[in-house]
Design a protein. Structure first.
Lengths: 198, 232
């Protein structure tokens, strides 16, 4: 990660429309921003389009960037807003679409409040969310949006944003718990078989 | 219930924090940048081309301004430098001295026949064919009256030329010889002055006789342009 001074210099050169600085900026932040685009789109192709459009906006409006705000956070917001702009109609429909019946939590996992899960498992669980709930959850939890900002971006009510966030969170917790339980069960079965065999 | 709500809130907060920590800094291999995403540097040949185009525009504009200035200064076409200078002198003199010389009807007739402008003293056909008619139009009518005296003065003036032009073949009796020899370089009629006096003496004589003699030398606008060179 570049130091703050190096990043400031890079930003200033991008403001001067220097192609070399722009290439360097893309190489440094495209991975992070592409991950953000993937969370807010339904396919890799859509995410690539969103990433491309986002960088166009970044280079175009970088002169308006203020140093008192996180540059990564500023770019990430551009990506999210670009994804929302591209799929606004679809997001509206998704907001009204209710999350599918959440599978009943297995008895042995009811008291498990802090399931262990990895980043890959979390991404897998998030991908199973409907796009509307997924967008609200990612904007609030990962991108750092406030509920009134989410409501303004998605053209929904603040209470709707809160309720969708809550439901998305519960869904993910239970999915992750199930995944964790399955993983533990697999591990215990493997060790048991090994012991039985011995 | 409150404890449960607190627990749930704390659980939710912990869950959110853990999700943020796992995914906020996560990176995924991004596709290569698309064409036209980055600023294109200005190629050298374009820079030189633009510079050359700008220089060409400036040169063209300066040339146009120069030409327009020259055209405004010289209203005579086809004049050489000396004729232009003489003509300008005539113009200046004519502007300074209001033309109040009488114009005979004959002269007017000749003038009108030669040039449509009534102010024109005369515009001999011979001269006008070579000289710029525009210049002649501006010539004061009264130039002919003082042509004879002007001729004898040996000064390059419009009157001499104008008289020569109008009074074709009618040189001044007193200065006939002088006019031919000391006649100022045809200020007005380059063709007429040297040629009219020699080529058409008869016509000049007849016109001179029609014009009343005016002892006072007066400058008039030349009807024709001097042939070039002349005595100053």
């Amino acid at each position: 990660m570049a130091s703050s001074e190096e990043l400031k210099l890079l930003i200033e050169e991008c403001k001067a429309q220097k192609a070399g600085a722009q290439r360097q900026m893309y190489a440094r932040f495209s991975g992070q921003l592409f991950a953000t685009a993937l969370r807010h789109t339904n396919s890799r192709e859509d995410a690539e389009d969103v990433l491309q459009d986002s960088f166009v906006k970044i280079f175009k409006h970088i002169k308006s960037y203020r140093q008192d705000f996180s540059f990564e956070g500023w770019m990430r917001r551009i990506v999210v807003n670009t994804a929302i702009t591209h799929y606004r109609k679809h997001l509206k429909h998704q907001h009204h679409q209710d999350i599918a019946e959440i599978p009943a939590t297995p008895r042995d996992l009811e008291n498990q409040s802090d399931p262990e899960f990895t980043a890959d498992e979390l991404e897998l669980a998030i991908a199973q969310l409907p796009l509307g709930y997924r967008t609200v959850f990612c904007m609030y939890v990962i991108e750092g949006y406030k509920h009134h900002e989410i409501a303004e971006q998605l053209s929904i009510d603040v209470n709707t944003s809160k309720s969708q966030l809550s439901r998305a969170r519960k869904y993910l917790q239970r999915v992750l718990a199930t995944l964790s339980a399955r993983a533990q069960s697999t591990t215990s079965n493997a060790s048991g078989n090994a012991g039985f065999a011995s | 219930m409150k404890e449960n709500d607190f627990d749930m809130t704390q659980t939710d907060a912990d869950f959110d924090a853990r999700c943020h920590a796992l995914l906020a800094e996560k990176e995924v291999a991004a596709p290569p940048p698309g064409d036209g995403l980055f600023a294109q540097p200005f190629p050298a040949w374009k820079r030189w081309g633009m510079a050359g185009g700008a220089a060409l525009l400036l040169a063209t504009g300066a040339a146009l301004m120069r030409n327009s200035g020259e055209e405004a200064a010289s209203a005579y076409d086809g004049l050489d430098a000396s004729e232009t200078m003489e003509l300008r002198e005539v113009l200046e003199v004519s502007d300074a001295a209001p033309s109040n010389l009488p114009v005979t009807e004959n002269e007017v007739t000749l003038e009108e026949a030669a040039m449509p402008t009534p102010e024109i003293v005369e515009a001999p056909e011979v001269a006008t064919s070579e000289a710029a008619p525009n210049v002649v139009r501006e010539a004061p009518v009264a130039a002919t009256a003082s042509e004879e005296p002007a001729l004898t003065q040996g000064r390059p003036n419009i009157e001499a030329v104008a008289v020569e032009e109008v009074q074709i073949g009618r040189p001044s009796p007193t200065s006939d010889a002088a006019s031919t020899s000391t006649e100022p370089p045809a200020v007005t009629a380059p063709v007429v002055v040297p040629a009219a006096s020699g080529a058409q003496p008869g016509a000049e004589k007849s016109e001179e006789e029609a014009v009343p003699a005016d002892p006072k030398p007066r400058l008039t606008l030349p009807l024709t342009l001097p042939s070039g060179g002349g005595q100053h």
